[in-house]
Design a protein around this ligand. Structure first.
Ligand code: DUT
Ligand code: MG
Length: 594
């Protein structure tokens, strides 16, 4: 995404996210200026001590006649050093506090953004990449607030304070020392230009590595099944090596520039000695001033040396912030329309498709074309068709996971795109084709859509789904914790829990996508019977492959190449002697009479 499209720049973005702590950050920044300015005091007092007590004509008697003056200077030096340490401590605490709060806030915001995204977003972004944004990238932002900002201020404050002090002491000497500054700036800014794309690349490699690890961990069963561990380890090694090399290359950019900066920094004492001794000899500078210059030379040299590191870290932040802001400012395409229709009563459950066509955003050809049908309230509509014909795509248009390219999907006569999304989706109970259960108890999984549901009702929907029996047999019954993605359950058991979860919300529209495909025929028959006797009105849209599941439906739709090729009841379709009749022949082994 083009970063110009972000409504705020990076600094404004951070500013937005430290609301409530902006005062503290400003105080912290002033604190940084203060403790750096305080660096000057020790050399200042040293200069006074040298000039008054150690050099000059009166030096021999000065200490005896003004012991008090001597010790107050020494005590002031000690006092200020201790005070400075305290300020540095408080200052670091303040930056840490602000950065952690900003991090917390941005992380929550990002998570909410990701949660509200539409299907298109999830098709586009890989889990590993999103995880990188939520972890490594965010840490770069924290580091930027806690360290980079502080260091930038530190360098500038120190450099400026020392420059002013130098000029106030001795203009000639100051000019000679600071003459090197422009050279440093040229070096550092050339470096910045070179290192910027490197950090973007590095960030990309990091994300690739996380994605590879994440996919391997969640897909380890496939790896094991095909005994591809060595292959995956080798593949990961390549990505890891790639990351290492990019990391090294990025670090090496500074190594190329460093000798120049180092030479400049090392030239400073030479300049001091050379020019300083000339000025001393000409009596244009006191010994105390010379000591002060010498004692503060590091305050000019250090910022020079640190600049590369600071810029490196800033570029790392910049690359990470681009990635985070992309999500931070992203908006899902499917949102509540203005004046979204809220519908306080329960939907009757009429579902209507009016000449609907649909194409995935990244695909050339439409998946569905000219789909029209009506499911009256309480009816059961079965959708059949060979794999990949568009069944799942079709039902995903009802809860508005995707938007049709043309035509309309209506619920109770209202266009779904005009309805409040939350209302629409809470009225639909859906059991998706690949079942995903959470690492929670079975009870918690079934009650996912309605956390206020009573225990009796959980058991009731589990009975309807023919799940109660196997759940009761488990060691801890409904309190048994199922692992990530439902580890510990069979495919058919997972499907039945997923059906119970869909039923638990007592939906007006129940959508089942191949939900009983892994359940044995006997149990499936039982489920079908239970579904026809639900104690709440409900329109059912059922995708299935088995005739036994669909036979009793009020309407059967046959999808072929994204179009409805046949529709009608079991008997009507047998009479048509088309795809459905062929399916019956194949599945029952019986010759049906057309
Ligand atoms: N498709 C995409 N992008 C997606 C999902 C599917 O391009 O995110 C394509 C693949 C397929 C067509 O759409 O060619 C229809 O897919 P769908 O999942 O709707 O097919 P299905 O009828 O549900 O197949 P199955 O019986 O295997 O579940
Ligand atoms: Mg499907």
């Amino acid at each position: 995404m083009d970063k110009k499209r972000f409504p705020r720049n990076k600094i404004q973005w951070i500013w937005d996210n430290i609301e409530g702590l902006r005062g503290l950050l400003i105080v912290a920044m002033l604190g940084t200026v203060l403790y750096n300015a305080m660096q000057l005091t020790v050399p200042y007092f040293s200069q006074k001590i040298v000039d008054r007590f150690l050099t000059g004509d009166a030096a021999a008697t000065a200490y005896e006649s003004d012991k008090h003056g001597f010790y107050s200077l020494v005590n002031a030096m000690i006092g200020i050093t201790l005070l400075r340490a305290l300020i540095v401590y408080l200052d670091c605490m303040a930056y840490e506090h602000v950065s952690q709060r900003a991090l917390y806030r941005i992380r929550n915001h990002l998570f909410a953004k990701i949660e509200h995204q539409d299907m298109h977003f999830y098709n586009e972004y890989r889990t590993g990449d999103l995880m990188t944004r939520l972890t490594g990238d965010l840490d770069a932002v924290r580091h930027n607030i806690a360290w980079v900002i502080r260091m930038i201020i530190e360098c500038f404050a120190l450099f400026t304070a020392v420059s002013i002090y130098f000029f106030s002491m001795n203009v000639k000497m100051a000019l000679c020392i600071l003459a090197l500054a422009p050279v440093i700036f040229i070096i550092v800014f050339t470096f910045r230009r070179k290192v910027k794309p490197m950090h973007q690349l590095l960030r990309e490699k990091h994300s690739q590595m996380n994605t590879a690890a994440q996919e391997n961990i969640s897909g380890n069963r496939v790896v094991k099944a095909f005994s591809r561990e060595d292959y995956e380890i080798e593949k990961f090694d390549k990505i890891n090596r790639d990351y290492r090399d990019t990391n090294k290359k990025t670090r090496l950019v500074w190594v190329k520039f460093f000798p120049f900066v180092e030479t400049c920094a090392n030239l400073l004492p030479v300049v001091l000695l050379w020019v300083g001794s000339t000025l001393l000899m000409k009596d244009e500078m006191t010994m105390g001033e010379f000591v002060a210059f010498s004692g503060l030379m590091w305050a000019i040299a250090n910022p020079m040396r640190l600049l590369g590191n600071i810029l490196n870290e800033f570029q790392r932040f910049s690359a990470a912030a681009d990635k985070i802001m992309e999500i931070y400012y992203s908006e899902p395409a499917i949102v509540d329309p203005e004046d979204a229709i809220d519908h306080p009563e329960r939907f009757e459950g009429k579902v209507e498709f009016q000449n609907v066509s649909f194409r995935y955003e990244d695909a050339d050809l439409p998946v569905l074309s000219g789909i029209s049908f009506v499911a009256e309230p309480g009816e059961t509509v079965a959708i059949m068709g060979e794999t990949g014909c568009g069944k799942t795509s079709l039902i995903q248009l009802i809860p508005r996971f995707y938007e049709p390219s043309s035509g309309k999907v209506l619920v109770d006569g209202m266009d779904v795109s005009k309805l409040k999304l939350k209302l629409l989706r809470t009225s639909i109970g859906m059991a998706t084709q690949d079942v995903l259960l959470y690492s929670d108890t079975i009870d918690g999984n079934i009650a996912y859509g309605d956390t206020n549901i009573t225990k009796e009702n959980v058991i009731k929907v589990a009975r309807v789904s023919a799940a109660d029996e196997f759940i009761s047999k488990m060691p801890e019954g409904y309190d048994t914790i199922v692992g990530e993605r439902g580890v510990g359950l069979s495919g058919g058991q997972k499907q039945r829990i997923s059906l119970a979860r869909a039923l638990a919300v007592r939906p007006s529209i129940l959508i089942l996508d191949d939900t009983t495909s892994a359940v044995d025929m006997e149990t499936e028959k039982l489920i079908q019977e239970h579904l026809s006797e639900l104690d709440f009105p409900c329109t059912k849209i059922i995708i299935a492959q088995r005739i036994s599941t669909t036979k009793k439906a009020d309407k059967i739709l046959i999808l072929q190449d994204g179009r409805i090729s046949e529709s009608g009841t079991h008997e009507e379709l047998i009479k048509k002697n088309g795809y459905y009749a062929e399916l019956v022949r194949l599945q029952t082994g019986e010759e049906v009479i057309a």
